[in-house]
Design a protein. Structure first.
Length: 443
């Protein structure tokens, strides 16, 4: 070990107890308007972001422009002969807060078709990457490579008023979003399907064309529409949404901002969790050794997991304190379309048993399933078994919400984000002052 690394390690060992003590003994002490625990703990619960696109209630779940998930699915125009709405109509809705008519929706469908061609140089960039690169690295690279196409940058360099920034941002957002299904499908076919590609179908919508280019038959088109809408937005505080907003707040264009957000989405504590959940569920299934899942054997397996110091993936959420409505939406799909699928039956039994076990265990604030507890099972059932790719699906959906958000950020002229930092010593001083004040008060 080098001297520098050795010295750094010593400093880390010395510093860790200081942070742990602050959290354990003085977490509720305020520094300004926030507590020490919030400052150290990732600004959890600090109300300092503004978005009208979606809101996450701890008990009700996500609302898109004021509507719950079931209300959103019910209100939006549906693709003829299908159960789920046009993604294009959802894009209209997130941007405007108004439910589009079928004619307005079809106008966006045609607009996206005109924008969806992927430049050849983007394909060249993807093909230059090692084939064992993670699909999310490929996806982010493709988005970033297209930055030269930015309408916003061209208009900014020519000179425009600040209240016009939203216009080219909208153009960039629409151009990016229209291309993402083609980029995602190209990555999938290149990596997993012998580099054999399927051309876009000019007659299909966003979700339908994605399913077509991926090579999956109906009803996977509806799976795609459902998945993209459910994963589109989750207010501004999650990593992918916040990162996109943060980068865009510097007036970086939508290509830079979305690529950064996609990089955040790739983390195991965020979008990558869905593949981890599926892997865990499948190992769970193997442990059952062919036995049908029952309350008894599932409860035993869950306790074995917890006693081994492991978490139950797919359960718990930073904000939610009840079952994630996105989970329920996917569960309803499964109950209708794949009720007897063994993997779904296991997931369903875990759903029935896990909350009670986690509550009894006592170390989980929210013992209910989140969106990741269900999503991978649906993909596996319909033949998308390469779970490294699942986060790309998440990324296509998440782009809808974050691109709508940064368009509005520009429209309203939001400032560059720049929170103030403090040192550990400052926190210790504040904690010491609080102790002194308490002692004086007790006298």
């Amino acid at each position: 070990m080098s001297k520098l690394k050795e010295t750094l390690f010593k400093k880390i060992q010395e510093h860790r107890p200081r942070t742990q003590k602050l959290l354990k003994e003085h977490g509720d002490v305020k520094i300004g308007e926030v507590t020490i625990a919030q400052a150290i703990g990732g600004a959890r619960g600090v109300r300092s972001l503004v978005t009208d696109i979606s809101y996450l209630d701890p008990f009700e779940g996500i609302r898109f422009r004021g509507k719950t998930i079931p209300e959103t699915f019910e209100a939006l125009p549906k693709v003829p002969g299908c159960e789920y709405p046009f993604v294009e109509g959802f894009w209209w809705y997130l941007l405007t807060g108004e439910i589009p008519t079928m004619a307005q929706t079809l106008e966006v469908v045609e607009d996206f078709k005109a924008r969806r061609g992927v430049p050849q140089y983007v394909i060249d960039v993807l093909r230059a990457l090692p084939r064992d690169s993670h699909p999310m690295a490929m996806f982010s690279s493709a988005i970033l490579a297209m930055q030269r196409e930015s309408v916003y940058v061209k208009r900014y360099n020519q000179g425009m008023k600040k209240d016009e920034y939203w216009d080219p941002t909208y153009e960039d957002a629409s151009n990016i979003l229209a291309k993402l299904p083609s980029i995602g499908a190209y990555i999938y076919r290149m990596k997993y399907k012998a580099d054999i590609h399927i051309h876009a179908n000019k007659d299909l919508d966003f979700g339908g064309n994605f399913a077509h280019m991926m090579g999956f038959d109906k009803p996977y088109d509806d799976v795609a529409r459902m998945y993209f809408i459910l994963h589109s937005d989750h207010e501004s505080g999650n990593v992918s949404a916040h990162t996109t907003h943060l980068v865009a707040s510097a007036l970086s264009d939508a290509y830079y901002a979305l690529s950064a957000g996609i990089n955040g989405l790739a983390g195991p504590l965020h979008g990558l969790a869905n593949q981890e959940v599926l892997s865990w569920v499948m190992k769970f299934q193997q442990k059952l050794g062919g036995k049908e899942a029952t309350e008894e054997n599932v409860r035993e397996a869950l306790w074995d997991t917890l006693k081994a110091g492991q978490v139950v993936p797919g359960y718990g959420h930073a904000v939610l304190r009840k079952t994630d409505p996105r989970y329920m939406a996917q569960r309803e799909f499964c109950l209708k379309n794949l009720p007897d699928y063994p993997l779904f039956k296991l997931v369903s039994m875990i759903f029935q048993v896990a909350p009670g076990v986690l509550t009894e265990h006592g170390k989980t604030k929210n013992p209910w399933p989140n969106v990741d507890a269900q999503s991978g099972v649906i993909q596996w059932y319909y033949g998308l078994t390469e779970w490294d790719f699942y986060t790309v699906l998440f990324g296509i959906g998440r782009a809808i919400g974050v691109l709508a958000n940064i368009t509005w950020d520009r429209a309203l002229g939001y400032a560059i984000e720049r929170p103030k930092s403090v040192t550990t010593k400052m926190l210790e001083d504040v904690a010491a002052q609080a102790i002194k004040a308490d002692d004086l008060g007790s006298d």
